[in-house]
Design a protein around this ligand. Structure first.
Ligand code: ZN
Length: 259
């Protein structure tokens, strides 16, 4: 299922992965003038490209190189991505079996290093390096319109499972930097926009820091990561076992204990 919603000159392409007929996982791509931000999942590629065929796209940007954001990259001559995401786009690898039937595996695409400023018509986006969710994560900020496109840095719902390469202290620092900007509307990689982004960003920073305090306190008492996970979250959810450790609540605990 694909819907397009417009907010001023921002068009949100809202697609979702379904599983046995149930919509389980929403994914966003955005179009502003001739810029396409993220390209959804490969498994939705045909419908996605059909849904946006009325738009003329000249520039494609990936907020990061995860497969649910890069699935239709290969339909375009090149995509801008952070330098650290380039290898992943040239040589997509299946990291977890579960990805194959959820997102599909993107075709290799042709990445170029994203410049620090991106212009389209009357809009100018500052490209901010915002690592944490992934090492190659960027956000786009349009200061005049006060729009921010922040990929997977701020999502709806509590943070629980994360990828094995998440850097939680980087994520907190990136969120704090975004919280310092004047943003009217924040467009995330999944789910509807945030209308009170300052509040949402500050709340997320607070929650992540509180978690950190609890986790380090328990760790100082001699608890290991598994024990802390069980205490804070209980057992891992079913589907985590299908991810072979690449995506779990335990990863979140461990990321707090790195450093
Ligand atoms: Zn991601």
């Amino acid at each position: 299922m694909i819907e397009i919603e417009s907010y001023d000159d921002v068009h949100r392409i809202n697609m979702s992965i379904s599983f046995f007929g149930k919509q389980i996982f929403p994914i966003n791509a955005y179009i502003v003038n001739d810029v396409l931000i993220d390209t959804g999942a490969a498994s939705l590629s045909r419908d996605f490209l059909d849904a946006i065929k009325e738009f003329t796209i000249r520039t494609v940007v990936n907020t990061h190189a995860h497969p649910d954001h890069t699935g239709s990259n290969s339909a375009f001559p090149f995509v801008y991505v952070h330098r650290k995401g380039m290898d992943r786009l040239k040589n997509p690898q299946l990291e977890m079996q579960i990805q194959k039937f959820l997102y599909g595996l993107p075709e290799p695409s042709n990445p170029k290093e994203i410049p620090s400023v991106l212009k389209t018509g009357e809009y100018t986006f500052d490209v901010m390096y915002t690592p944490g969710h992934s090492p190659d994560h960027i956000s786009l900020y349009e200061p005049r319109k006060k729009w921010a496109f922040t990929g997977d840095l701020l999502l709806w719902g509590p943070t629980r499972e994360v990828f094995v390469d998440v850097k939680i202290y980087d994520a907190i620092e990136s969120l704090e930097r975004l919280a310092g900007l004047d943003i009217d509307i924040l467009f995330p990689g999944h789910g509807p926009p945030f209308r009170n982004p300052k509040e949402a960003l500050a709340k997320q920073v607070g929650t992540l820091k509180d978690f950190g305090m609890q986790i380090r306190e328990l760790h100082e008492r001699g608890w290991n990561a598994e024990e802390i996970r069980n205490h804070l979250f209980g057992r891992e959810r079913m589907y985590v076992y299908l991810c072979g450790g690449k995506f779990s609540a335990l990863n979140l605990i461990k990321s707090y204990l790195e450093d």
